[in-house]
Design a binder for this molecule. Structure first.
Ligand SMILES: *[C@@H]1O[C@H](CO)[C@@H](O)[C@H](O)[C@H]1NC(C)=O
Ligand SMILES: *[C@@H]1O[C@H](CO)[C@@H](O)[C@H](O)[C@H]1NC(C)=O
Length: 352
């Protein structure tokens, strides 16, 4: 009996060890590689492999304008080197987005440090479905969003050194809305999508004016501390989300939604690269600042003036109407008191 017991517990231990080893091998295999937005590797599972994705200062967020704090000391963003970048851009379909490398000669001013260009990429939805942008404003999303990523080149030698630092990165977020006109700046990207349809495909393209991808006004933006919106979700990003969107045409948006695949060439089934946006994350203890005055209701200053003006006009109208009615009643009484008999039509003619 003694030896049998010993034998059994030994087997148990061996099995337990075996299971443990298989499990940890699996974990090691999945680390650093596979993640998606939906399904078994979807965003709610990111923290299992990438712990930072479950931390408290994550991006994107839904910007509630009623809780935003106006900071009059936030200066307009100034871009340097955006208009005429040097070298070629490498444009890659990495299976999660289309990404363009940027030279370090692109710089941002108006932030606590100088930040230099690294890359830019897009997030979008799918045809006929709402959503596409990562950030939202008062619960509203846009059809797409551009992110221009920079690293703190005043404090760190390169992006790898900056990637995990709290003040390491600065990202510009630009909402894309659909307007009537084609946006030629975005065609510099969209016209090449056909050449990188499948995952890991990349091409070199001629540089173009990157400033034209941004909204006209760079003075109105939201500012907060957040994270990369994809694994490993490092909380190293000082976010600038512009209030004014950029516009592309409906057919340009459709091209973005229909050209790329998240799968390797020749691999079946093919999967369209769509809906590559993360859900809004909890704001928690963070303060979201704005460089411009917002109002709790979400009305602009111009709209507020219009509303006050409208209400005043309305009051004046009601007052005038009351005054006219009162006058008519008074006049009517006077007529009756005089005891003069008129037909109703002559009476109206006289009181008018
Ligand atoms: C980035 O900078 C660090 C620190 O100076 C250095 O060790 C590393 O090799 C650099 N990485 C690249 C890719 O240049
Ligand atoms: C971001 O975090 C840093 C360090 O904690 C802090 O000094 C800075 O004020 C924060 N900025 C914003 C916009 O919240």
């Amino acid at each position: 009996m003694e030896s049998l017991n010993f034998h059994l517990s030994n087997t148990k231990m061996f099995l337990t060890l075996l299971i443990f080893q298989v499990l940890s091998l699996n974990l090691a295999a999945s680390a650093g590689s596979h993640w998606t937005y939906e399904g078994p590797h979807g965003q709610e599972h990111w923290p299992e492999t990438y712990p930072d994705c479950g931390f408290q200062s994550q991006s994107p967020i839904d910007i509630q304008t009623g809780y935003v704090q106006y900071d009059p000391n936030l200066p307009p963003i100034e871009t340097e080197g955006y208009r005429d970048p040097e070298g070629e851009f490498t444009m890659i379909n990495n299976g999660h987005t289309v990404q363009l490398s940027l030279p370090q000669t692109l710089r941002l001013h108006g932030l606590p440090s100088i930040y230099s260009g690294v890359q830019m990429h897009l997030h979008w939805g799918s045809k006929g479905r709402p959503g596409g942008s990562e950030h939202q404003v008062d619960g509203q999303s846009f059809p797409a969003e551009l992110h221009v990523v920079h690293f703190n080149s005043e404090k760190y030698p390169n992006v790898s050194a900056a990637l995990r630092q709290p003040d390491g990165l600065a990202v510009l977020g630009v909402f894309l809305q659909v307007g009537g006109e084609e946006n030629p700046a975005y065609d510099h990207i969209l016209q090449h999508l056909e050449d990188i349809k499948y995952k890991e495909q990349e091409i070199q393209i001629d540089p173009f004016d990157v400033r034209e991808l941004l909204p006209v006004h760079l003075g109105h933006y939201f500012r907060y501390n957040g994270s990369l919106t994809t694994p490993p979700c490092y909380q190293s990003v000082l976010w600038t989300v512009f209030h004014q969107p950029a516009s592309i045409s409906a057919s340009q948006l459709e091209k973005l939604q229909k050209s790329l695949y998240a799968t390797d060439e020749g691999k079946m089934p093919e999967a369209l690269l769509v809906d590559n946006f993360r859900d809004p994350q909890n704001v928690n203890q963070r303060v979201i600042y704005s460089s411009f005055l917002t109002t709790p209701s979400g009305y602009s200053a111009g709209e507020i003036v219009a509303i006050i003006f409208g209400v005043l006009l309305g009051c004046l109208g009601v007052f005038l109407a009351g005054w006219i009615v009162a006058k008519r009643i008074r006049d009517g009484r006077m007529q009756e008191q005089k005891g003069v008999v008129f037909t109703s039509s002559t009476r109206r003619a006289i009181s008018d």
